[in-house]
Design a protein around this ligand. Structure first.
Ligand code: NDP
Ligand code: 2IT
Length: 450
């Protein structure tokens, strides 16, 4: 059976995967993207060939699904669905964020848990992959409603997590406020103060730089891609989507490195500010989104720039694009528009923001395309450093953590070059997938039949 061509093998493998996981399009998409680059590698390496390794790596270790009941401010009883996908703990405790958003389904969390396994492997730190969340919408809820939801969610989840078992953190709709409510409830239920969650407040075990880490790491990685070609982000016009945690600190670090960010967005549309989102304007954006929980159009009202309702920013000409909102927000035709307008680099801050057509177009056009599992790994990497600090019961200072983050992003870039170099051009998709795969696959083989 191993004589068949690699593409035919991918097709056959995907038929089986879709049969075993019906109605899960995001999960299928994430696996297919990995299979195209990893399958040829598997077929070329005797030790992986007959080990069923891709079948095993695409089957989560376990999934917990639970009801989350809570009472709103009007006294109505609400019910949501909570999940934790413990995908793979071959190289360390399950690690990955929690997402609270109405679009959360099992398919979305399985794609995220699968990607997380590869991403965490790339960080060089000992972390397995997991993801969880709920279809709860924090938008428009009072602090007390969010607190009651988080406490109820943790009352179910606490028995499945722990510092050596599974360590959740934030993701869309889960930031410092939500992690703190959940950590408080975890501590109350277990009677233990342990590093069972990351992204905690600085005064109770959180790490400096964690808030900034995903965005900063994304820009460090993208700048490494430029440096590999003897260039840098300095002077480049950049387009960013999103305006949440990852987008804000992507914008901040691009500013530090001398680039100009001309767009930001949310689910209602995007703003275009040709003079750059910097200084006081970036602080306004952070306050608008983090404290006032307002809409991006208010930025346009305040600074007199354009707001395009219901649109994404990909038609705005740029040299570098940073999709930082959510999955499947950049399609094949957007990739064509970006490339035609002179875009030469993409740093994926969000998870799987580009669909497969878009990725193929970027790779074919030899764009420096930093896929999410490499480019946005800085967040979970600093979460790993938070776990280390919690275990050692000490905290590192900002400079030390920033240097560690930069070194980790450089190391991820190096791993991508090692496995993704194609006659002098780096295919970062291939590089990240294979480098992430090797470490996890080797651990699984060492354990025997697991
Ligand atoms: P936030 O909740 O802070 O911000 C999310 C942003 O994306 C908001 O601007 C939001 O707009 C927008 N958005 C969310 N869902 C949609 C949607 N369906 N359509 C259009 N816009 C949407 O989340 P983060 O910044 O933390 O996460 C953003 C991305 O980065 C996600 O893909 C996440 O998985 C990924 N990521 C996050 C990490 C982290 O450390 N936080 C680490 C690595 C990756 P609106 O306000 O209108 O909802
Ligand atoms: O997608 C991600 O890497 C995250 N949401 C961060 C996970 C973490 O454990 O810090």
């Amino acid at each position: 059976m191993w004589d068949e061509s690699s593409e035919a093998m991918v097709e056959k493998f995907m038929i089986g995967l879709k049969r075993r996981n019906p109605g899960e399009p995001e999960f299928h998409q994430a696996v297919e993207e990995v299979a195209h680059t990893v399958m040829p590698f598997v077929l070329n390496h005797e030790k992986y060939k007959n080990a069923g390794i891709l079948e095993r790596m695409t089957e989560p270790d376990r999934i917990v699904i639970f009801r989350v009941c809570w009472e709103d401010d009007q006294g109505n009883i609400r019910a949501n669905r909570g999940y934790r996908v413990q995908f793979n703990n071959s190289i360390g405790p399950y690690k990955g964020g929690l997402r609270f958003h109405p679009s959360v389904t099992l398919s979305v969390l399985k794609f995220l848990g699968f990607e997380q396994t590869f991403k965490n492997s790339l960080t060089t730190l000992p972390m397995g992959g997991g993801k969880g969340g709920a279809d709860f919408n924090p938008k428009g809820k009072s602090d007390r409603e969010v607190m009651r939801f988080c406490q109820s969610f943790m009352t179910q989840l606490f028995r499945h997590i722990g510092p050596n078992i599974d360590v959740p953190a934030g993701d869309i709709g889960v930031g410092g406020r939500e992690v703190s409510y959940m950590f408080g409830q975890y501590k109350r239920l277990t009677g233990e103060f342990t590093g069972a969650l990351t992204g905690k407040g600085i005064s109770f075990g959180g790490s400096l730089i964690r808030t900034e880490a995903t965005g900063y790491g994304n820009v460090y990685f993208t700048n490494e891609m430029f440096k590999h070609k003897g260039d840098s982000l300095e002077g480049k016009t950049c387009v960013v989507s999103g305006s949440g945690n990852v987008a804000q600190y992507t914008i901040e670090k691009i500013n530090h490195l001398g680039g100009t960010v001309v767009t930001a967005s949310d689910s209602s549309g995007f703003i275009h500010d040709p003079s750059g989102i910097k200084d006081e304007k970036l602080e306004f954006l952070k306050d608008l989104k983090n404290n006032k929980r307002g809409r991006i159009s208010e930025y346009a009202d305040k600074y007199g720039c354009t707001f395009q309702s219901g649109q994404r920013p990909w038609a705005v000409p740029c040299q570098a694009a940073f999709p930082c909102a959510t999955q499947n927000e950049l399609f094949g035709e957007d990739a064509q528009t970006l490339v035609n307008n002179g875009c030469i680099a993409v740093g994926e801050g969000a998870n799987m923001p580009s669909n497969i057509d878009a990725i193929n177009h970027f790779v074919k056009s030899k764009v420096m395309f930093g896929p999410s599992k490499a480019a946005n790994a800085g967040g979970v990497a600093v979460s790993g450093l938070e776990m280390t600090q919690n275990s050692m019961r000490l905290s590192w200072d900002r400079e030390e953590l920033d240097v560690r983050l930069q070194n980790i992003m450089k190391s991820i870039h190096k791993q991508c070059v090692t496995y993704g170099d194609e006659n002098g051009h780096v295919n970062y998709v291939k590089g990240a997938n294979i480098a992430g795969f090797v470490k996890v696959a080797d651990a699984m083989l060492a354990y025997g039949v697991v």
